[in-house]
Design a binder for this molecule. Structure first.
Ligand code: PLP
Length: 287
């Protein structure tokens, strides 16, 4: 396995960064998770656009143009020879002193890791997930925009801890007004009377690339899709619920806070969507 680290390809054992890196000291940095399906990188352009938007928002200088960065990610994928894999791109503020001052970090640290990944066991894609809603709130868009895919994932980590304590593998965060925002690393959709609903970005969710692909696919399949706020009540009473994410892909939810969703099995629309999504991911991508 070869890891890209600041212009060099190194082994896992040698992929090391200073303890003075501000990504480590302060969570000062950004990242992307991208998927490789059958050798094709899924929606690379969209991921690069989000990475550079995140960088701009926090005034982080990525030392490569978008084109150069795209090329080096493609090269890292090729060197690793996995047909199906997950790519983790991390850009941190870089090495500085112990103070917070980002202006004392002259150069970003850039890392690209490629490896196989499956966050949920395969069976769960057949049976569906049981999830809960948790006390941890999504941070407000005016504090740190959820659109910035930053290294500050403490809320999300706390969500996973709450989920773990409740013996489930994922959970939903609400925003500070009580509207459903998203999962710890995935977006949420509900289906009611054949209509797909997902929270709009302003509720406090990352604009997921899988989410946007699912919106596109659902529309192509003739479904109505709406981006509007909804509450836990709407989730409990939905016909179907599912999560989307680069790592999670599309996964059905069959129970939320003890309420059985629909018939308690992955619903017909979710299954159709998952099938179409799987067709799409292998058909698309840049080599
Ligand atoms: N929400 C959060 C907080 C995430 O970290 C992710 C993961 O990347 C998503 C949603 C899903 O976004 P995407 O489909 O772009 O992976």
């Amino acid at each position: 396995q070869w890891i890209f680290l600041n212009g060099e390809y190194v082994t896992k054992e040698n992929a090391k960064i200073s303890v003075y890196d501000h990504g480590f000291l302060y969570g000062d940095g950004i990242f992307e998770g991208i998927r490789v399906y059958s050798g094709n990188i899924f929606r690379m352009k969209e991921h690069m656009a989000r990475l550079y938007d995140s960088a701009k928002s926090i005034m982080l200088n990525i030392p490569y143009t978008k084109e150069e960065f795209t090329d080096l990610i493609v090269e890292t994928v090729e060197r690793n020879k996995f047909d199906d894999a997950y790519i983790r791109v991390v850009v941190s503020r870089g090495v500085g002193d112990l103070g917070l001052d980002p202006y004392k970090c002259p150069k970003a640290n850039v890392v690209v890791i490629v490896e196989p990944l499956s966050i949920f066991p395969k069976e769960l894609y057949e049976t569906g997930l049981e999830i809960i809603t948790v006390a941890t709130r999504r941070n407000r868009p005016d504090v740190l925009s959820p659109k910035v895919k930053s290294l500050n994932y403490l809320n999300n980590v706390l969500v996973r801890i709450e989920a773990h304590l409740a013996n489930v593998s994922e959970a939903l965060m609400l925003n500070d007004q009580g509207y459903v925002a998203e999962g710890s690393a995935d977006n949420v959709f509900i289906i009611k009377n054949g209509c797909f609903l997902t929270p709009p970005g302003y509720v406090g969710a990352l604009e997921g690339i899988t989410r946007n692909a699912v919106i596109e696919i659902a529309k192509e399949q003739g479904y109505e899709v709406k981006e509007e706020p909804f509450t836990r009540h709407d989730v409990y009473t939905a016909d179907e619920v599912f999560l989307t994410g680069t790592a999670a892909e599309v996964i059905a939810v069959i129970k939320v806070d003890g309420r059985v969703i629909g018939d308690g099995v992955p619903g017909i629309h979710t299954r159709k969507l998952l099938e179409k999504f799987r067709e799409r991911v292998v058909a698309e991508g840049v080599k």
